[in-house]
Design a protein around this ligand. Structure first.
Ligand code: SF4
Length: 228
């Protein structure tokens, strides 16, 4: 059976035929504005821009100012935006601001020289940030070449036999990242395509393979059960 690496270009082409070419990554915005969008579950350019405008007015793009702010005041700033940042996410955003303000220079410039692996460990150690969210921050806010592995991607990969159901997070992430190594916009675009195919066809219960653009890459015996 062909591996994901063997099939990658044809898979990408089939997904683009169906969904077009996703933007990849939003235009660069301040770390804390993109972080707010990531924590709101929407990394579209509009959300990061909206967060930047609201946070900039309150000087909350400055890590030390945001870290010292009261959660109620921060919630007030986001209330008029379309971000819909929940109370729990605001707490996580404040912890992120604290983390950033404690870097050597106290701003996002201090992150530039740090290894991706070091940053991933530090981010994932912050209460409220799981491994996928840490990778989403690395990709969208810091433009590091990592893939934030979500459940949809995992289902697609296991069902096609590109991934063992027993694979752990980092192992699975490595399989997805390999053909797109050092291409952050490519990784961002592929993540969007996986989200779309997962939502439309590769659902949690029964996959809808009949009309799915990835049907040609199914194993001869049909989709592998991801719960096995
Ligand atoms: S062909 Fe079936 S298993 Fe493959 S991605 Fe589509 S719905 Fe999922």
């Amino acid at each position: 059976m062909p591996t994901f690496d063997d099939s990658f270009l044809a898979v990408l082409s089939a997904l683009r035929d169906r969904y077009g070419r996703p933007a990849g990554l939003a235009p660069a915005e301040p770390f804390l504005a993109v972080a707010a969008a990531v924590l709101a579950g929407d990394v579209s350019p509009q959300k990061a821009i909206s967060a930047r405008a609201a946070m900039g007015e309150a000087n909350f793009l400055d890590p030390a100012t945001l870290a010292a702010a009261d959660a109620v005041d921060v919630a007030e700033v986001f209330r008029e935006t379309p971000l819909g940042l929940k109370h729990k996410a605001i707490g996580t955003l404040l912890r992120l601001a604290r983390w950033l303000s404690e870097r050597d220079q106290g701003d996002e410039g201090s992150l530039a020289d740090r290894a991706t692996e070091t940053l991933r460990e530090e981010l994932a150690a912050i209460n409220g940030i799981g491994r996928a969210t840490a990778d989403r921050l690395l990709l969208h806010a810091l433009r590091r070449p990592v893939y934030p592995l979500d459940r949809a991607t995992y289902r697609v990969f296991v069902r096609h036999g590109w991934l063992e159901p027993s694979a752990d997070y980092d192992e699975a992430r490595g399989v997805v990242e390999r053909p797109l190594a050092n291409d952050p916009p490519g990784l961002g675009g592929f993540a969007t395509l996986m989200e779309l195919v997962g939502r439309e066809f590769c659902r949690v219960g029964a996959p809808r393979c009949e009309r799915c653009p990835l049907r040609p890459w199914l194993p001869e015996t049909g989709p592998v059960d991801p719960s096995v």
